[in-house]
Ligand binder design. Structure first.
Ligand code: DX5
Ligand code: ZN
Length: 217
């Protein structure tokens, strides 16, 4: 299984964003964390910034919306250029309609679950989604410790995806680093977000290569 690496710009230098975006060009996706200060206790950036990031990024945008009212806002992120849009199940009123709206706009539809949300809640949606994001930290901040106790969720979802004959991707976000990436991949994750691991390294390209190798073994 070929894994994909998605550096999170949450740990980039926001005063030098274009420089830090170009620095991770050999990854597969640019992970952009949108936080509204309500769904999570942190505030980052929104539509106009994502629109500009999409214009300068050599990588497709993987927008992770940690916001309330994704029914209203998620399609807007597809409209401004995000290739993949992830909304949180806990915030969604009608996840099937959000996913259908995203797909109709040509984006990949993705749904995230927080650590306290059972993976079983997302299983009925597999046919409507292109990716499920299983959080491996509480959403809100970079640099937190990887929650290994989330691994059974990956195994359950991977088994369900295989049973359904689906090509849904399974993303891990939070605490993914050299020490943890193999565990996630063994458990069924195939799209790996890494914020502090990549941006904390002096050689961002070298760190992406190291993660890819360790995850692929
Ligand atoms: C956390 C964000 C993550 C964050 C990951 O709420 O969704 O994408 O940037 O950061 P690390 O890789 O440092 O745990
Ligand atoms: Zn994220």
């Amino acid at each position: 299984m070929a894994i994909q690496i998605a550096p999170s710009i949450l740990s980039a230098d926001f005063a030098n964003l274009e420089r830090d975006i170009v620095a991770v060009a050999e990854a597969d996706w640019l992970h952009v964390d949108v936080m509204d200060g309500h769904f999570v206790p942190n505030l980052t950036l929104g539509l106009p910034v994502v629109e500009r990031i999409a214009q300068v990024s050599p990588l497709p945008i993987d927008a992770h919306l940690m916001i309330e009212d994704p029914d209203r806002w998620a399609p807007r992120y597809a409209e401004v250029g995000a290739t993949s849009v992830t909304f949180h199940l806990e915030a969604a009123r009608d996840p099937r309609t959000i996913a259908a709206d995203l797909r109709s706009l040509g984006a990949r539809a993705s749904c995230a679950i927080k650590p306290g949300t059972p993976v079983e809640d997302v299983l009925p949606l597999i046919d409507t989604l292109d990716m499920v994001l299983i959080m491996t930290v509480e959403p809100g901040f970079g640099g937190q410790s990887f929650m290994e106790d989330m691994m059974p969720k990956f195994r359950t979802l991977r088994a369900a995806v295989e049973a359904a004959g689906s090509d849904l991707w399974i993303q891990a976000d939070g605490g993914v680093a050299r020490e943890t990436i193999a565990t996630v991949v063994e458990s069924g994750g195939d799209v790996l977000v890494a914020g502090s691991a990549v941006y904390g390294a002096d050689d961002r390209g070298g760190e992406i290569r190291a993660l890819r190798e360790l995850g692929q073994e």
